[in-house]
Design a protein around this ligand. Structure first.
Ligand SMILES: NC(=O)c1ccc[n+]([C@@H]2O[C@H](COP(=O)([O-])OP(=O)(O)OC[C@H]3O[C@@H](n4cnc5c(N)ncnc54)[C@H](O)[C@@H]3O)[C@@H](O)[C@H]2O)c1
Length: 326
């Protein structure tokens, strides 16, 4: 089948969608990538650099209209409620993450789209999963509603491929660290907040313990992984909807120490809250050999390179009086 050419990104205003959409527009052409979200985006680059539409992922009729109107052949479904938010409203988390995904898969089946992309997460793992070098195939018994939706989502994508031939692809993203859009309420948000607070206040109250180690990835690697999987030849993909992808694993203490190399006055206190339990149920490190073998995944950023880049970007923005402008 020929390559995808017209993409609908639902959840485009989020932490990942807001950087994935411009990257897709650069590769596939600005007019060929429709950004959509449940929120207004007037005046933002996403709304000005290409088509922008309001779309609730739970509204199937709206998705159908956008597919027909824009001759869409691929949906990237980035709309979701993440772990910490999802645990506050678990029923809503199921509705958006699962009913929304079923809508995109059904739309892909009926309109014979070439591809659907829907991210999974390290939240598919749970306390019974090996936490070090977590394998691709392992125990998936999450203890958060978010994790339950992500396991179910992987299975749904797999089912739609087997049963209906829908080319549904997905990655188990680790915690994503980025400087453009603030994260939307996940457990790994501390690894982003710490940079803003280090620059703004010289101090951060961290909501997980110092020894908490989780798998993380810098946004340029997240975008690269996503674009590479979207462009991978269909016949090479055996796992398709649930690839482990690893980049960097570090403890909260190691991240703070790395920041201190650049900002020696920086201080941190550890005040674990309910998110500690979610973090404790997730892996420390990930085995991503399958992604490397099947479609050539390799990350570029380690802890030192990511920290240096984050601090440079945010320091420049603060000097321009727009630390939170992203
Ligand atoms: N950011 C991470 O660290 C991370 C890690 C693992 C997996 N993921 C996954 O990646 C995907 C994108 O995550 P993100 O970090 O960008 O999330 P985010 O919370 O930053 O953004 C989600 C976007 O979805 C939109 N949205 C919410 N409900 C909607 C609805 N009903 N219809 C349409 N849009 C709706 C929101 O307005 C928001 O812009 C999600 O599937 C998430 O589970 C993210």
């Amino acid at each position: 089948m020929s390559e995808i050419s017209r993409i609908l990104v639902i959840g485009a205003l989020g932490q990942i969608g807001s950087e994935l959409t411009p990257a897709l527009r650069q590769r596939y052409g600005a007019d060929n990538v429709v950004a959509a979200d449940i929120r207004e985006a007037k005046g933002t680059p996403l709304a000005e650099d290409g088509p922008y539409e309001i779309c609730d992922v739970t509204d199937r009729t709206r998705i159908d209209r956008l597919i027909t109107g824009y001759k869409i052949d691929c949906i990237a479904n980035m709309a979701a409620l993440l772990s910490a938010v999802g645990e506050k409203v678990p029923q809503k988390c199921w509705e958006v993450n699962i009913n929304g995904l079923v809508n995109t898969l059904e739309a892909a089946r009926e309109h014979e789209l070439k591809q659907v992309f829907c991210p999974s997460s390290i939240a598919v793992f749970g306390p019974n999963t090996p936490r070090d070098s977590t394998p691709q195939e392992t125990v998936l018994e999450p203890t958060t509603m978010y994790g339950v939706t992500k396991v179910s989502g992987e299975l749904l994508c797999h089912y739609y491929h087997l049963r209906f031939g829908v080319d549904a692809r997905g990655l188990r993203y680790p915690g994503i660290i980025s400087s453009e859009t603030l994260p939307g309420g996940g457990t790994t948000d501390y690894a982003v907040e710490i940079f803003y607070k280090a620059i703004e206040d010289g101090h951060y109250d961290c909501f997980v313990r110092e020894d908490t180690m989780l798998p993380m990835m810098y946004m340029p690697d997240c975008i690269k992984a996503t674009m590479d999987l979207l462009a991978a030849p269909r016949e090479k993909l055996m796992h398709r909807s649930n690839y482990n992808v690893a980049a960097i694993s570090f403890t909260a203490g190691e991240l703070a120490a790395e920041i201190t190399k650049h900002l020696p006055e920086f201080t941190i206190d550890y005040k674990p809250d309910e998110r500690q339990a979610y973090a404790d149920s997730w892996p420390r490190t990930i085995d991503d050999r399958i992604a490397r073998e099947e479609w050539g995944w390799t990350p570029a950023y380690d802890l030192a390179a990511m920290t240096k880049d984050m601090l440079e970007v945010l320091t420049k923005r603060q000097a321009a009086g727009a630390l939170y402008a992203g």
